[in-house]
Design a protein around this ligand. Structure first.
Ligand SMILES: *Cc1c(COP(=O)(O)O)cnc(C)c1O
Length: 383
C-alpha cells in the first residue's frame, strides 16, 4: 500500500526529546524552542518567530493582533483550508471569498481589488503548494487601502518570492504576519505544530502576551518586569519542548529534506509531462517570481468524472491519492448565513485537482509504479 503521507524521522528527533525531558523542562519556551526561533529568524530573515501549537493557532493570534472587530471584512481565497477563514470568524469578521487564477490555485490580485470595501481590514494570501502568491501586487493593494496582510504560509517553508527590482524574500517575511504549519503532512514536521512570524516589531510585545494567555510572563522571565499578570486577550499558544525538540532535529536536516522532496517533485513532473502534452492533464505551473519548495505534487484532471475514476483505479492498485478543499463558499457553515455565490476557478480545483502521494520516504520504485499506473489509466481512457 502506498499511503498519501507518512511521518518520518531524519536525524536527532528522539535524542533531542530525551535531552528535553532530562533537562527538567518540557513546558514551552525552553532551549529547543529558542533554537528553533533563532534558526528561522537567521535563515529566512523573519523579524520575529514564535512557535505555536499549530498554524491554526498562529492565524488566530494574527487575527487578534490585527484587532479584528465584529463586521470587519477579511479577504480570503475560497480554495483553502478552513483555518485561513475560521481564525478571523472567531473574532467576528465577515469573510469575503475571492477566486483563484484560472490556471493556478493561488488568489488572483485583480479579483482582490474588486472586493475591497471601506470595511476591509485584512488580506490573507495562501501560498498554495508552497508556491508564492503575487506578493508585490498584494502588498501594493494593502498599502493603497491601508490593510494588514497575513500570509497563510502553512505549506510555504523554504520558498521565495522575487520582486520586480530583483529583491528575493522568503515567504512569510513579506506580510505583516505569517503563519506556518509543522503538521505531519507538511515538509518539516513535529506532529502538530506551527509558527507565527511578526515582521513589524511594533507587534512583538503584544504577540508574546497573546501567546502567554494574555499575561506579560515572557517579559517577567527576561527580568523586565518584577511580577506578571493579566494584561490583554490571550490563550495558550505555545508548544511543549518535546515538540520543539523534534522540530529542531528536522530543521537541522532542512537541506536534506528539501533536496529529496525536490527530486520526488521533478520525477513526477518529468514522468507525467507527456500526459500534459497530450492534453489529458495539467501539471503545476511555477510563476517566474516564485520558487518551488516541493510541498506537494498535484495534477489537474479534465473533469470531475475522470478524476473520480482515476482515484478509484489507483485505489484498486493500493495507491491513495487525495483531493481537497471543498470551496469554502460552498461549505455548510458559510451557506448557513449567506446566499450562494459563484467562484468558478475555485470550484474547478475542487472538482479536478488531485494530490499524489508525497513524503520523505517515498521510494523511487513506488513512485515509478504510481507514474506508470497514471499513464496506464489514460492509455485505457484514450482507447
Ligand atoms: C495545513 C494548513 C493549515 C493548518 O495547519 P495546522 O498546523 O494543522 O493548524 C492552514 N492553512 C493551510 C493552507 C494549510 O495547508
Amino acid at each position: 500500500m502506498i499511503p498519501f503521507n507518512k511521518p518520518f524521522i531524519v536525524g536527532n528527533e528522539l535524542k533531542y526529546i530525551e535531552e528535553a525531558v532530562k533537562s527538567g523542562k518540557i513546558s514551552g519556551d525552553g532551549i529547543f524552542t529558542k533554537k528553533c526561533h533563532t534558526f528561522f529568524e537567521e535563515k529566512f530573515g523573519f523579524q520575529k518567530a514564535l512557535l505555536t501549537t499549530s498554524c491554526t493557532d498562529a492565524l488566530e493570534m494574527a487575527a487578534i493582533l490585527c484587532d479584528i472587530q465584529p463586521g470587519d471584512e477579511v479577504i480570503v481565497p475560497s480554495y483553502t483550508f478552513v483555518s485561513s477563514a475560521n481564525a478571523f470568524v472567531l473574532r467576528g469578521a465577515k469573510i469575503v471569498f475571492v477566486d483563484s487564477y484560472p490556471d493556478n490555485p493561488n488568489i488572483d490580485p485583480a479579483e482582490i481589488e474588486k472586493h475591497i470595501t471601506e470595511k476591509t481590514k485584512v488580506i490573507v494570501p495562501v501560498h498554495y503548494a508552497g508556491v508564492a502568491c503575487d506578493m508585490e501586487k498584494i502588498m501594493a493593494l494593502a498599502k493603497k487601502h491601508n490593510l494588514f496582510v497575513v500570509e497563510d504560509a502553512a505549506q510555504a517553508i523554504d520558498s521565495y518570492y522575487t520582486f520586480s527590482d530583483g529583491t528575493k524574500k522568503a515567504l512569510g517575511s513579506i506580510g505583516d504576519f505569517a503563519a506556518f504549519s509543522f503538521h505531519e503532512t507538511k515538509n518539516i514536521i513535529c506532529g502538530e505544530g506551527g509558527m507565527l512570524v511578526i515582521n513589524n516589531p511594533e507587534y512583538n510585545v503584544r504577540a508574546e502576551i497573546i501567546r502567554e494567555k494574555g499575561t506579560n510572563r515572557s517579559a517577567f522571565f527576561r527580568g523586565e518586569v518584577n511580577k506578571y499578570g493579566w494584561v490583554d486577550l490571550g490563550s495558550s499558544f505555545l508548544p511543549s519542548e518535546i515538540l520543539s525538540a523534534f522540530l529542531y532535529a528536522q530543521l537541522e536536516n532542512l537541506g536534506t529534506i528539501q533536496e529529496k522532496r525536490i527530486r520526488i517533485w521533478k520525477e513526477y513532473y518529468n514522468s507525467l509531462l507527456t500526459l500534459q502534452e497530450k492534453g489529458c492533464i495539467t501539471l503545476p505551473d511555477i510563476p517566474a517570481f516564485a520558487t518551488n519548495n516541493a510541498h506537494m505534487f498535484y495534477i489537474i484532471c479534465r473533469n470531475y468524472e475522470e478524476r473520480s475514476n482515476l482515484i478509484q483505479f489507483l485505489k484498486t492498485k493500493e495507491i491513495h491519492p487525495v483531493f481537497h478543499y471543498l470551496s469554502l463558499n460552498k461549505s455548510d457553515f458559510f451557506l448557513k448565513d449567506n446566499s450562494p455565490i459563484d467562484i468558478p476557478n475555485s470550484d474547478h480545483f475542487t472538482d479536478c485537482l488531485l494530490r499524489l502521494p508525497f513524503y520523505y520516504e517515498l521510494e523511487e520504485a513506488e513512485q515509478k509504479n504510481i507514474n506508470s499506473l497514471i499513464h496506464e489509466y489514460y492509455s485505457l481512457l484514450e482507447k
